[in-house]
Design a protein around this ligand. Structure first.
Ligand code: OSB
Ligand code: MG
Length: 368
């Protein structure tokens, strides 16, 4: 297969409510969608999980466009390739996993459309629907009542697991309140690196609430801190930002810093590396789940395909499109009994609806 054209569509999707984490608030999803065209006339779509600001990661959308234009796209243009070759072709470029993952997904989608296979089947799917969790931000007004009302909506909608964002000053009290209201709901927390090891004893109080896991309490490079907290707490420690590749996750597990892995394909450079991490963890008996980055239907479709692999034994941040967006670029993903059906069509199984894409696009950049 040869790639003969690449375009980046920058879209703005208003959020149905602000999404606040320990590193800031988002009101609009500002997203890059990558469109590739092949010599045979197939089109593929990928989504980049970078934000407009370098907050969750050092990558950010303007930089993604530049690294795609000047360093990544030129390495895949016009040559005969298969999706499995893309990582090798891009390997001389250091870093920028979100940019390379988005390009790889678009190429993978185009390739699978040409063969007629779904991404789920290609990755090794074992189920036709996935259990869905939802990530609940810190309320903009710092109010427990606001949090409880939001969680109640998700519980009524049927979500199978609740994840609360925490930060210093917003941890034990919200977790206690939600746990008291919903004693049997699978519950977990995500700190997005907001603590350091001086907070160990404070965080250990969360052991009282039967959490599935605590996600990324410390800085992404504080591997020793994560090992200390894994030793100190009964609650399993899950890493997100620290997980960069299969090689590094193997080291994190061996070192004792990581009990559970949040797999985000964009953060690790694409769905093939994500599958490699899944395969490694399955072999080691380490549970994994599929993280989210407020994806549009393009990235959500691919995440749901990934989450249908055997090792994804915990519900993911694979919520319905309506959790974030009133209008999406694709047909929305909907929840049935707390689950989403895995797309079966060729490639990612969904395509941006031209009219929605036109309405939501704020800029289009022709890269090649
Ligand atoms: O840490 O998991 C995270 C969203 C943006 C940046 C980081 C994270 C998140 C989420 C997932 O919590 C939200 C979702 O897509 O459902
Ligand atoms: Mg996280």
């Amino acid at each position: 297969m040869r790639i003969v054209g690449v375009d980046v569509h920058r879209c703005h999707l208003p959020l149905v409510r602000p999404f606040r984490t320990s590193f800031g608030s988002e009101y609009v999803k500002d997203v890059l969608l990558i469109e590739v065209r092949t010599a045979d006339g197939f089109v593929g779509w990928g989504e980049c999980v970078a934000s407009p600001q370098p907050d969750y990661s050092y990558e950010f959308n303007d930089a993604v466009v530049l690294v795609l234009r000047d360093h990544l796209v030129p390495r895949v243009m016009g040559i005969d390739l298969r999706p499995e070759d893309v990582a090798q072709l891009l390997a001389p470029v250091r870093g920028h996993p979100m940019a390379r993952g988005a390009l790889e997904l678009a190429i993978l989608d185009a390739y699978l459309r040409s063969t007629g296979e779904s991404l789920a089947s290609y990755l090794g799917s074992v189920r036709s629907e996935v259990d869905c969790g939802v990530s609940v931000g810190i309320p903009d007004d710092d109010s427990l009542d606001t949090l409880m009302a939001e969680v109640a909506v998700y519980v009524d909608e049927g979500y199978r697991r609740i994840k609360l964002k925490i930060q210093p000053g917003w941890d034990v009290a919200p977790v206690r309140a939600v746990r008291e209201q919903w004693p049997d709901m699978p519950l977990q927390v995500d700190a997005n690196q907001a603590y350091d090891r001086h907070h160990l004893e404070h965080l250990a109080k969360l052991d009282d609430f039967g959490l599935l896991l605590i996600e990324q309490p410390f800085a992404e490079d504080d591997l020793f801190g994560h090992r200390l907290i894994a030793e100190r707490m009964a609650t399993p420690v899950c890493l997100d930002e620290s997980v960069l590749s299969a090689a590094n996750v193997e080291a994190l597990i061996d070192y004792g810093a990581c009990d559970i892995v949040n797999i985000k394909a964009g953060r690790v450079g694409g769905y093939l590396e994500a599958k490699a991490i899944h395969d490694l963890c399955l072999g080691l008996g380490v549970p994994v789940w599929c993280g989210g980055m407020l994806e549009t239907g393009v990235g959500r479709a691919a995440n749901i395909a990934l989450a249908s692999l055997a090792g994804f034994t915990l519900p993911g941040d694979t919520s319905a499109s309506s959790r974030f967006f009133a209008r999406d670029v694709t047909e929305p993903f909907v929840l049935h009994d707390g689950r989403i059906t895995v797309p079966t069509g060729p490639g990612i199984g969904v395509t941006p609806i031209p009219q929605m894409l036109a309405e939501l696009t704020v800029a289009r950049t022709h890269l090649a």
